[in-house]
Write a protein that binds this ligand. Structure first.
Ligand SMILES: [Zn+2]
Length: 293
């Protein structure tokens, strides 16, 4: 089965990022393990595109789910026959668990519906249709899909040491933010958390990665872990477009703690300077030019 790995890993960064996907995973962990997929309906044309939608349905129906895992922005849900279901929300994908589906019609842009054996439903909606589902039997000894080999370390699930980050940064000739958001370098960070991590570490996101000193790399590694963990505790960030919701439809709370992301013109919470939107190449980042070096 051609999996088209590289395209997915080069995808533009965006919500949902690691904390949002982890929040969805924690929701799934409460309702999915032990449940069987009785009936699977795929209606969108794009959501299942690495395999024939009929193949996904055949591989999924009558299978029982195990405990969901996450690496970076990918969910991996083991099935009782050794396969795994991989779900990637990308820009606007949302998973919703509905306990009494008869009382709540599926919203517009619902592309996959899984009827579970307790009569509840797992629904996948995705207005922009970048998200995707596939079932694979190409699985590593740790139970995760082989496609995850292409991902860098996940700072929350696997940790990220200063030495690891120093090596990742030294190898590349790109702006810091581009490396932090490259899923093949580090898994799970997108635009929001890259800006917040750089701010917390007091390093400019447009610095060349190879210029980062060992002391700065140590700060960046520590802040990467602490910012992402704090965002997981706050159940992720819901922006004004409201495209991220948890499994029960609730928004996250971390946006209230953003220091720089989408705050151009506001006061820097650390030094009282002014948060700016800076451009580098085709990308932008929010930072405080007064206290980030
Ligand atoms: Zn500042």
């Amino acid at each position: 089965m051609p999996l088209g790995v590289s395209r997915a890993f080069r995808s533009p960064p965006g919500v949902p990022e690691l904390p949002e996907v982890e929040t969805v995973r924690r929701g799934l962990e409460k309702v999915l393990p032990g449940r069987r997929a009785e009936k699977v309906k795929v209606s969108g044309r794009r959501t299942v595109r690495r395999q024939d939608p009929r193949e996904l349905v055949a591989r999924l129906e009558r299978r029982r789910f195990g405990p969901p895992e996450r690496r970076g922005k990918f969910l991996s849900i083991p099935l009782d026959d050794g396969q795994v279901l991989v779900v990637h929300l990308r820009m606007s994908g949302q998973l919703a668990w509905v306990e009494r589906p008869r009382e709540l019609a599926a919203p517009k842009h619902t592309h996959v519906v899984v009827e579970l054996d307790d009569l509840s439903e797992l629904r996948f909606t995705d207005p922009r249709t970048f998200g995707e589902w596939f079932v694979t039997d190409d699985v590593r000894p740790d139970g995760l899909p082989a496609i995850f080999d292409a991902l860098g370390p996940d700072p929350v699930a696997e940790g990220l040491s200063a030495a690891q980050l120093r090596e990742i940064l030294a190898k590349r000739r790109s702006p810091l933010k581009s490396v932090l958001t490259d899923q093949r370098a580090i898994a799970g960070i997108g635009s929001i958390y890259a800006d917040e991590i750089c701010f917390a570490a007091a390093v400019r996101p447009d610095r060349q990665s190879a210029s980062i000193t060992p002391e700065e790399a140590r700060r960046l590694a520590g802040r990467t872990r602490s910012v992402l963990r704090a965002a997981v505790r706050a159940r992720g960030s819901s922006l004004r477009d409201a495209s991220y919701r948890d499994l029960l439809g609730e928004p996250g709370d971390y946006q209230a703690q953003h220091c720089v992301y989408d705050r151009a013109g506001e006061d820097c919470p650390r030094c009282g300077g002014t948060v700016a939107r800076v451009r580098f190449g085709a990308r932008t980042a929010f930072c405080c030019p007064d206290c980030q070096r």
